[in-house]
Design a protein around this ligand. Structure first.
Ligand SMILES: [Zn+2]
Ligand SMILES: [Zn+2]
Length: 308
């Protein structure tokens, strides 16, 4: 049983989403995780105890714990509204023990209130897949025609926000993933096809959720002039070289890193207003390795969620 330190709460975990980042950590693709480590950064639970100095939360409050677990508040990034880039940031389920557990602790300042419209399991994927997808959408700008590369947990939420904003969505999956393409059409994609195909018309932006660098030149080639390609994952295989002409005409390639607390507050309020409907596959906590294997094999429709 972990003990909450100063400013921390003890949380009884009710659900924890399984994210691709957990696989990157497990596979050693992200440097210097805390070891041994309890993974998991899409945590929904209730406060079971409070540590010294806790002011915002009380025992019994339902909270969500995201990837951003702590920031310094004083570096140039924190002091310019970019705490997602904090020099000394610490992340849940990476440098801080996370939610593949019955109980965990979190700093109360980085916990979100979960809107009552969501059950614990429904809310879990919002905390990373939803949030990072939302930040990626925001940074892609006001793109009437939007491509989503990789149609898993993040894309199945992002498409609902994009359609709510009136964007047309084009979904790209692993070649031959008919079930994934059908899933995307069911959520309102006006076109779904293989990631190595060109869409029927040029796009104004694309979000890449799959960790495959070869998708960057493919997505660039699908962009209209001025289009933006956003790489939304924390890790990606190398990007192959590509001809300058597919970047020319003010096309942009950028990444999105982490989240700020204001992203979270904004997204969770929009999510309950739309309302977002998450598709989840539940696993019991003891089957965490099966959940990770299913995610690796692309066998999860929507998001995998562990329930202790
Ligand atoms: Zn900082
Ligand atoms: Zn994540």
């Amino acid at each position: 049983m972990p003990q909450p330190g100063a400013g921390e709460v003890l949380i009884q975990v009710h659900a924890c989403g399984v994210c691709r980042t957990d696989l990157h950590i497990l596979d050693g693709e992200l440097a210097c995780p805390k070891l041994p480590l309890v993974p998991g950064h899409e945590i929904v639970g209730t406060v079971a105890a409070t540590g010294p100095g806790v002011e915002r939360l009380s025992v019994g409050d339902r909270v969500g714990v995201p990837w951003l677990g702590w920031t310094c508040g004083t570096c140039i990034y924190c002091s310019s509204g970019r705490e997602n880039l904090c020099e000394r940031a610490r992340f849940t389920g990476y440098q801080i023990d996370g939610g593949y557990a019955e109980y965990t602790t979190a700093n109360e300042r980085y916990c979100f209130a979960i809107p009552a419209t969501f059950t614990d399991v429904e809310a879990a994927p919002l905390l990373c897949a939803g949030l990072i997808g939302y930040r990626a959408l925001r940074l892609a700008g006001d793109a009437p025609r939007l491509g989503l590369y990789g149609f898993g947990a993040a894309a199945h939420i992002a498409i609902q926000v994009a359609r709510h904003r009136g964007q047309q969505v084009f979904a790209f999956t692993k070649p031959g993933d008919d079930a994934g393409q059908e899933f995307a059409r069911g959520l309102g994609a006006i076109w779904a096809g293989n990631s190595d195909a060109l869409p029927p018309e040029p796009l104004d932006a694309a979000l890449i959720f799959a960790p495959i660098g070869a998708l960057v030149p493919l997505a660039l080639a699908a962009m209209a002039k001025g289009g933006t390609v956003v790489c939304a994952g924390i890790h990606m295989s190398d990007i192959p070289s590509f001809p300058y002409r597919i970047l020319w005409e003010e096309r942009v390639v950028r990444s999105v890193a982490n989240l700020t607390r204001s992203d979270g507050d904004e997204f969770l309020s929009i999510a309950s207003r739309i309302p977002i409907r998450t598709t989840t596959t539940q696993f019991s906590l003891i089957d965490a390795n099966q959940a990770l294997a299913a995610l690796r094999a692309g066998r999860v429709e929507g998001a995998a969620v562990l329930v202790p």
